[in-house]
Write a protein that binds this ligand. Structure first.
Ligand code: V47
Length: 433
């Protein structure tokens, strides 16, 4: 039994939690009662000195949903081109067409990448790039067809919302309208698109938009793309890029918008699956709740049964070589707090991912104990950010990921993109429900 001595600060050892900041006790009650935290609660989580308390709350929720499991996948990221019509001030990845270092992958290179990924037993290719001013829509369709021809077993998670809007424009399917977006998504899905990654969301706020990524789509269009993808049965992810010019309240506003969107997405999804809904909401209650056998969102021949956000990935800003290089970027503690706050505010997102490429593997391990349940995958190639002067080759083997997850005290579970368990013998694998 633990005893509290007189010279300790006011603390409570209630259900194993000890808070230096007694204001967090009210949040413990809310969290334990499955009640939603509001923006004021969020502000408290962002400002309290008791980061340990915030992390303990997040860990509690994470364990309720995922128990002692932590997820990873065997994947490959592919950044097909860094040529971009935009010049966002936070971004060090983009190049103009004739600038030194500009590149675009040919279809042959993409074919080779798919063959290698398949031989290595990858279950997913995560594909994103800049808004290339000259590549035609056919290039993107051919890219998907090529991958499907070479590696039909691989799930292609590709194109951020801003790329989808760009494709709607260049394909002539519609300038900015939702009809063009829908048509493009339908065509991409036919060619093999399996889901959308969460990139490009940055911070859903007009002030921040105009200061750090003017020219990019605003939040309404980003959310439109994901909403339409959900309506078409595709699952998607979401991100938040923090630690640059945004304020804590703007981060919370971003999370709140995502939470509202996910409420709506889950409700429509549950209705489409004939899943009974209590009190007009779908609640995450237990380990892998959305994926229980009788509730499994089966992916049919044309992938019609998804339709919600799977994971949120908080992304820490890397200032190096960007126009915002004068900023220092978030500290490790800020990253930890943001991850935990994300877990606590997004009570309707099944997964919170600590992307090891941007957090470091050591920090991702630590984050598993503080709200995260996923660390992304083997990655192999990554060009958008480079931690500690890494090159484009940034890889951890499945063995490394296992070790990291075990070190953090969790059981590693390999998943596919839709969070189904993967059973593997070497490079052969299958998913079972
Ligand atoms: O969209 C760009 C961000 C994102 C910088 O969906 C930067 O599973 C920090 O979205 N500093 C790409 N971030 C990464 C991404 C992602 C990663 C892992 C998994 C998933 C998923 C999605 O990186 C971009 C942008 O928001 N980014 N430049 C920078 N200087």
């Amino acid at each position: 039994m633990t005893t509290i001595t007189d010279n300790q600060p006011e603390t409570r050892f209630d259900r194993g939690l000890r808070f230096k900041d007694a204001r967090l006790e009210r949040l413990l009650e809310l969290v334990d009662g499955g009640r939603r935290l509001d923006l004021e609660d969020g502000s408290l989580l962002m400002e309290t000195d008791d980061i340990h308390g915030v992390c303990s709350l997040a860990d509690r929720v994470r364990r309720r949903i995922h128990g002692d499991i932590a997820w990873y996948n065997v994947n490959r990221h592919l950044n097909y081109s860094n040529v971009c019509a935009l010049s966002c001030s936070f971004c060090a990845f983009h190049r103009k067409k004739d600038e030194e270092g500009a590149y675009e992958h040919s279809l042959d290179e993409i074919r080779r990448e798919a063959v290698e990924a398949s031989a290595a037993g990858a279950t997913e290719m995560h594909i994103v790039g800049g808004l290339h001013p000259w590549l035609k829509f056919d290039y993107y369709i051919d890219m998907l067809n090529t991958i499907r021809d070479q590696a039909p077993e691989i799930h292609v998670k590709a194109f951020t919302a801003v790329e989808i809007v760009h494709l709607a424009r260049i394909s002539g399917r519609g300038r900015d309208g939702v009809d063009g977006i829908r048509q493009v998504l339908v065509e991409l899905r036919k060619a093999g698109l399996g889901s959308l990654p969460g990139g490009g969301a940055e911070v859903f706020d007009d002030r921040v938009h105009d200061e750090a990524f003017k020219g990019k789509i605003r939040s309404d269009q980003w959310l439109d793309v994901h909403r339409i993808a959900h309506e078409l049965g595709l699952n998607t992810n979401a991100t938040m890029l923090y630690g640059h010019v945004e304020r804590p309240r703007e981060r919370l506003g971003h999370l709140e918008l995502l939470r509202t969107e996910q409420d709506r997405a889950l409700l429509s999804w549950a209705e489409a699956q004939s899943i009974p809904v209590d009190d007009g909401k779908v609640v995450l209650t237990g380990v892998n709740d959305l994926y229980q056998k009788d509730r499994l969102p089966r992916v049919g021949a044309d992938g019609l049964d998804g339709g919600y956000y799977q994971a949120i990935i908080p992304l820490p800003f890397f200032p190096d070589k960007s126009k915002l290089e004068y900023l220092h970027g978030p500290t490790g503690l800020e990253n930890l707090r943001m991850l935990a706050v994300t877990r606590l505010m997004l009570d309707n997102f099944p997964h919170v991912k600590a992307f090891w490429i941007m957090q470091s593997i050591e920090m991702a391990e630590f984050m598993l104990q503080n709200g995260a349940d996923d660390i992304d995958g083997t990655v192999v190639w990554y060009d958008i950010t480079k931690l500690n002067d890494a090159g484009t080759h940034q890889e951890h083997s499945a063995h490394d990921l296992h070790r990291a997850i075990r070190e953090a005290g969790f059981e590693p579970v390999e998943r596919d993109t839709l969070y189904r368990r993967v059973y593997r013998e070497g490079s052969s694998w299958s998913v079972r429900d």
